[in-house]
Write a protein that binds this ligand. Structure first.
Ligand code: DGY
Length: 323
């Protein structure tokens, strides 16, 4: 029987697969306080963690008996992968199962911001809807325009596939060209600057690393069209929030829709939240019932493999197996 730390309640259908182990779950509806996290990892052979937990050298130092870290997310920017690898600890994550759900959310955000759905809702709820007005809350089209996708991993490819239904041309930028996506979705590789200049709408799906910190800064926003909508479905710090605020406020770009922010959570008095052309939702990209169950199940499978010293099936640091 292994000792397992679970840092947030997970779907019971997934949690029940841990029966037979000595499981300690943080059951409050907030991130585990750091001191408790460090104390608890000191008593664990495996840890199932969330993207809000910082998995760094300090955490690993306390987890002297740790055999595996399993994160219930695909993004692992909160995990020091190199430190885990140095200590021989595989890190599980949950790719694939959330791809389509997250791509759906990118499109929901894009449509909402470009077509001013939140403003329309506020208008109705505010009792302003008197009669039909030909000039009321005009937005910008999606259909027939050019979509720019920044970052072309699994989620970027799923966003690109959906663009066909809107008869859109797709440009993408990523570290390396992706011939399979070019073939499947008709996407065309472009340098980031060209993409920003040409795209009518931009969706960010890139991974967050030190190299992509504030990738979308003031200079990048300056290149975008004044009618362009920016969607961030990846990680908040890919976008410089001050620069975005200025660009939206001065209407240098049309609108932004953010599933993720810097900082996260965004404070309720943050300037971005005062802007009618900025839609912010609380990191809900993968938040469907089915997908969160699939993520929890995959995280448990990764954890169990690591505890049994089997190869972690969805491993974010495969180098750990080839030192
Ligand atoms: C992830 O998995 O990285 C998302 O941000 C949460 O679904």
């Amino acid at each position: 029987m292994a000792r397992v730390l679970v840092t947030r309640k997970i779907n019971p259908l997934a949690a029940e697969k841990l029966a037979g182990h000595d499981v300690w779950t943080w059951s409050e509806n907030r991130t585990m306080p750091r001191a408790l996290l460090l104390d608890r990892v000191g008593k664990a052979d495996g840890a199932l963690v969330m993207l809000t937990d910082r998995i760094d050298d300090e955490f690993l130092g306390f987890g002297a008996d740790l055999r595996v870290v399993s994160q219930m997310a695909v993004g692992v920017d909160n995990v020091d992968l190199a430190a885990c690898t140095r200590r021989g600890i595989p890190v599980g994550h949950t790719p694939d199962v959330l791809t389509e759900t997250t791509a759906d959310m990118a499109w929901a955000l894009l449509g909402a911001a470009a077509r001013r759905i939140p403003e329309g809702r506020d208008y109705v709820l505010g009792g302003h809807w008197g009669e039909w007005d030909p000039d009321l809350l005009l937005g910008n089209d999606l259909w027939g325009t050019t979509l720019g996708i920044v970052g072309m991993g699994r989620i970027g490819a799923a966003v690109a596939r959906r663009a066909r239904g809107f008869s859109m041309k797709v440009l993408y930028n990523s570290r390396t060209p992706k011939p399979d996506v070019e073939e499947e979705a008709g996407a065309v590789y472009a340098g980031l600057d060209d993409l920003l200049v040409q795209a009518d709408h931009v969706v960010i799906t890139a991974a967050y690393t030190s190299l992509t910190h504030h990738l979308i800064n003031s200079a990048a926003l300056d290149r975008m069209k004044p009618t362009a909508t920016l969607v961030n479905i990846a990680r908040g710090p890919l976008v410089d929030p001050q620069a975005l605020y200025q660009a939206l406020r001065s209407e240098r770009i049309w609108a932004a829709a953010l599933d993720v922010t810097e900082p996260e959570p965004i404070p309720a008095d943050h300037p971005l939240l005062t802007l009618p052309n900025c839609l912010v939702i609380p990191h809900l990209g993968s938040a469907s019932h089915g997908t969160r169950l699939a993520m929890a199940t995959r995280a448990v499978e990764n954890l169990l493999a690591g505890l049994d010293k089997r190869r972690v099936p969805w491993c974010a640091n495969p180098d750990v197996y080839h030192p």
